[in-house]
Ligand binder design. Sequence first.
Ligand SMILES: [Zn+2]
Length: 389
Amino acid sequence: MQELLLLLLPVAAASGWLAARRSARKENPPQGCETSPVYFRGLNHLLNEEPDKAIDAFVEMLEVDSDTVETHLALGNLFRRRGEVERAIRIHQNLIARPALTREQRAQALLELGQDYMRAGLYDRAENLFRELKETKLHVKPALNNLLVIYEKERDWKACLDVADELESITGNKMMLQKSHYFCELAIGARMQGRAADAAAYLKKALSTYRGCVRANHLQAQFAASQGDHRGAIRILRQTAEQDADYLPEILPEIVSNLRHLGDVQELRTILTEIVAKQPGTGAELAMVDLLIEQQGEAAAAEYLADQLAREPSLALLLRSIELNARMPEGQSTRFLEGLRPHIRRLLDQRPIYQCSHCGFTAKTLHWQCPSCRRWSAVKRRPGCEAEI
Ligand SMILES: [Zn+2]
C-alpha cells in the first residue's frame, strides 16, 4: 500500500497541476488555485491514515487523456497484480468509456479489463470482452488463449476446438494433443448420454488428430471391451503401453481384466513376466502374485514376492508381503519379518529426504541454498522424513 501511494502521489500532483494549468489558460481564473481540490482531499485522507480513500482520490483526479493512458494502464495492472481486482476493474472500465482512445489503446484496455475479470472469476464478462477484442484484430492471440482457458473451465469442448483451430492458424503451431483431449472429452460426454455412435465418431477424430494420444487409445480399448472385443482391446492397450511406457500402470489393470475375461491365464502370465522384466514397479508384480496364489498357492507367491522385493523394493510390495505372511505359522512369520528389514532399509535410503519449498527440487542431504532455484533456506525436510537418531 505504502509504495503504491509513493508512486501515485507525484503522478497525481503532476496531473492535477497540468489540469489546473490547462483550465487556467482557457478561463484565466484567479491566482493561487493551481492545485486540484481532489489532491488536497487525497492528502487529507493520507494524513488521517486512510490510505484506501487516498488512493481512490488520487486515481479519480488522474485525468484520462493521451498522455495519461499509459499511466492508467500501468496503475490498473499494478492493482491487479496486488490482488486489488475491483480497483483494477474500475480503472480499466473508466479507460474504455473514453471515446478519445486510439484503436490500439482501447484494445490494450480491453485486454487488461478481460484479465481483471478472469482474476475476479467473472468468466462471462471476460468471455464477451475477449470476443470483442478478437473482432478488433488486435491482441488476438492473448484473447484466444484466454478464451481457451474460459471454455476449458466451462467444459465447452466444441468451443475449445474452434478456438484451438483459430490459434493454430495464427501461430502456425499444431495443437494436436490438446485437440485430441477435447475430442476425448466429447466422446466421454456422448457415451454418458448413451450416444454410442457419436462417441465412436469423436474417438476416431481424437485418434486421427493425434494417433499417439494415450487417453484416446485407452478409451477406444474400453469401447472395444464393452462390445465384447477383448482381443482388440488388449491389442490397443499393449500398443499404447509400448508407445508411452509412463502410462503402463494406468493401462495394466485393463490388460489384466481383458485377459481374465478371455480366461487366457497362460497369455496373462507371459505378458506379466515380460512387463516385470522390462518395467518393474508398474503393478505387474502384484498381478503376478494373485496369479501365483491361484495357480501354485501362497507359499510360491510369497517366494516370488521376496525375490521381487530384493530386486526393487516398494511400499506396495511390502504391504502385499505382510498381508500374505500374516497368515503363516509363527516361526515362519518371525523369519519373514527379519527378512523384511533390509528391504525397508533400502526404501528409506532411496527416498529423497529434503525438498525445496520453492521449486520442488528433492535431495538426500540438506542444501542451505537450493541447487536448482538458488533460494536460500528453502530446502527443508519433507513431512514423514524424521531424523534418525
Ligand atoms: Zn529450489
